[in-house]
Design a binder for this molecule. Structure first.
Ligand SMILES: [Zn+2]
Length: 494
């Protein structure tokens, strides 16, 4: 059984100004051919999970490339087209094939191509023909299109948020692919969608959260033998496209009608709970004041509108400004994407003091830089290895990074806005969460991994590339009406 494998993962955001190019992907590793297997070895990515299962089944693997970009605004169109061609040319060169496994995110944006993953899957289908099974794994925030569903036999989404099951999702997709290759199953995939998007902050699949109930319903269909796999996609919400919406998906054994029914059922499970996804949030000033009143030893201040994992720039100084104003002597830390401030600190050297203008380095639509006189406390190369999550065991870098000191506040200025998993980025630069009364995070979910009896969190709202209030965004391309922007009693299928 000869199986081609590739990964091309990226989460786009229409509100973000970030553009990711070849060098941004290469910085995270971009192996080709046989090097893909070595690169994936020991990792906990979806691709690594898929490879393990295919190897156990004695498949003859034809690795094409592995490319994992994290989240941002959009992928440079030329780079997308070059990588698409590389995948398709690689698959053509490996023909005849018995199967294909692709690890994708599902919410990529590039310039001209409006459905990048649909283009990848359709391109592969054209080469391998209708009879060769194609399996794809996706992030839970995928924007699943009809073209994607029509060109894949098997689509499997992450089950968890925070994402802790990328590896297992790759395994699940590959197991179904092996079953299809052996002729044991005939998988068919169907999707159902509503014209609705849900806030990410309330989208955890942890116990007691609304998505946990959706997940449980999906697992019951699998355990009862009614479906091979059931997935739910609350969708990356900051995609300004007409056909974006929450999606239910089912893979059944040769039964498209049942797949349709189950996909609809899961979609309704999400729709019925839509109002439960809203969580309380405060302004940055209110959050700092509330944290100072709190009994928690450490409060994580979650800068939701500037979430790097959702594609925002990571350069908003809202919490920096609030802490300087309201808690200047409190032991605290903020991390901010500002390559110019980092460079200035390196030029000064450790111990140097100067006035810095920090923040709004890439995206000045929401905030102005903050001027502050600070001392350079320490300088770092910013490398670290993810301890878990969808990038587990991958090494990345914040680039040249500087810790600046003002009163009780340490300001970590980094040269690359990097997906935050837990506190690895702070630890890489000598900042210990437990020594901070207040500390900022620029992600919407992974901060939960740090919560404990002593550690609480407060989310802030406000303008930014990943705003919480989806109804306030000036959407230009979304089909109206949609929930939550329009007061719709009935869901609208799309
Ligand atoms: Zn996600």
């Amino acid at each position: 059984m000869r199986v081609a494998i590739a990964s091309f993962e990226y989460e786009g955001n229409s509100l973000s100004l970030r553009i990711d190019r070849r060098e941004d992907f290469e910085r995270k590793g971009f192996p080709k051919g046989a090097d893909v297997l070595e690169f994936a070895s020991g990792k906990r990515t979806a691709l690594a999970g898929g490879i393990g299962i295919l190897q156990e089944a004695n498949c003859d693997l034809a690795p094409i490339l592995a490319c994992k970009g994290g989240a941002g605004g959009h992928v440079d169109e030329t780079f997308f087209q070059e990588t698409l061609s590389e995948i398709l040319d690689g698959i053509s060169a490996q023909m005849p094939l018995d199967g294909v496994y692709l690890a994708l995110h599902g919410a990529m944006i590039c310039g001209v191509e409006k459905d990048p993953e649909g283009a990848i899957l359709q391109g592969v289908r054209k080469i391998v023909g209708p009879k060769v099974p194609i399996a794809a794994s996706l992030d839970l925030h995928a924007h699943v299109t009809d073209r994607m569903a029509a060109n894949a036999d098997i689509i499997v989404g992450y089950e968890t948020y925070p994402h802790v099951d990328a590896f297992e999702t790759g395994q699940k997709a590959a197991r179904l692919l092996v079953g299809a290759l052996r002729g044991e199953i005939a998988p068919v995939t169907r999707i159902r969608k509503y014209n609705a998007i849900l806030p990410v902050l309330g989208g955890a699949t942890l116990d007691g959260a609304p998505m946990a109930e959706v997940a449980a319903a999906a697992r019951r269909f699998e355990e009862d033998g009614k479906a091979l796999s059931v997935s739910y996609f609350p969708v990356q919400p900051w995609l300004d496209m007409a056909d974006v919406g929450i999606t239910g998906l089912a893979v059944t054994d040769g039964n498209p009608e049942a797949a349709d029914t189950i996909a609809q059922n899961i979609l309704d499970e999400m729709w019925d709970r839509r109002r439960d996804f809203e969580l309380e949030a405060m302004t940055a000033d209110e959050a700092v004041q509330a944290a100072l009143r709190s009994d928690a030893k450490t409060t994580l201040l979650v800068d939701a509108p500037d979430s790097i994992g959702g594609g925002a720039a990571g350069d908003a100084p809202a919490l920096l400004s609030a802490i300087l104003k309201l808690a200047p002597d409190t032991p605290s830390a903020v991390c901010i994407y500002d390559p110019a401030a980092a460079r200035q600190a390196f030029e000064l050297g450790e111990g140097g003091e100067a006035e810095f203008r920090i923040g709004a380095w890439l995206d000045d639509r929401w905030h102005q830089p903050v001027s502050v006189t600070a001392r350079v406390e320490s300088l770092h190369d910013g490398s670290f290895t993810y301890s878990g999550g969808p990038a587990a065991n991958l090494t990345t870098t914040l680039g040249p990074s500087a810790v600046l000191r003002v009163g009780g506040l340490r300001i970590l200025c980094v040269s690359h806005a990097i997906y935050e998993h837990t506190d690895e980025h702070y630890a890489a630069c000598g900042i210990n969460v437990s020594e901070c009364r207040l500390i900022s995070f620029k992600n919407l979910m992974n901060f939960r991994k740090l919560l404990s009896e002593d550690v609480d969190f407060i989310a802030i709202h406000g303008p930014g590339g990943t705003p919480l209030r989806l109804e306030d965004v000036a959407w230009e391309n979304r089909t109206r009406p949609f929930w939550p922007a329009d007061d719709e009693a009935a869901p609208k299928p799309i």
